[in-house]
Design a protein around this ligand. Structure first.
Ligand SMILES: [Mg+2]
Length: 99
C-alpha cells in the first residue's frame, strides 16, 4: 500500500460533520497516510470559536486567488486525493470552471 497525501477541506467539508472527519483522520493516519487541510482561507481557523481539527493536521492556506493543487505542492504536499465541497478551486478544470 502506498502512503497517500489526502487533502481535507475545512469550510463546508470538515465543518459539515467534524465527528465523521475526525474518525476518518484517525483511520487514515493509523494506516500511514498524511491528512492535510488545504483551505481557501488566508489564515487557519480559530479553534477557540470553530470546530477543532486534530493538532496533527498541517494547514495550507491558499487565499481566494490561488489554486489548491499548486499551493499544496509548494508547501511540500503533493496531494493524491482531494476531499472538497468546491472541486473547482483545486486545479483548472473545463467542467467545473465556467469563465
Ligand atoms: Mg469548502
Amino acid at each position: 500500500m502506498t502512503a497517500l497525501n489526502i487533502s481535507l477541506d475545512y469550510d463546508h467539508t470538515f465543518t459539515a460533520d467534524p465527528a465523521l472527519w475526525r474518525e476518518f483522520i484517525s483511520s487514515a493516519q493509523r494506516r500511514g497516510h498524511t491528512v492535510v487541510c488545504v483551505t481557501g482561507r488566508r489564515e487557519p481557523p480559530d479553534f477557540t470559536r470553530e470546530p477543532r481539527m486534530p493538532d496533527s493536521i498541517p494547514f495550507v492556506c491558499v487565499g481566494p486567488d490561488g489554486l489548491k493543487r499548486d499551493a499544496a505542492a509548494k508547501a511540500g504536499y503533493p496531494i493524491n486525493i482531494w476531499i472538497d465541497d468546491m472541486p473547482g478551486v483545486i486545479e483548472p478544470c473545463r467542467i467545473l470552471n465556467f469563465d
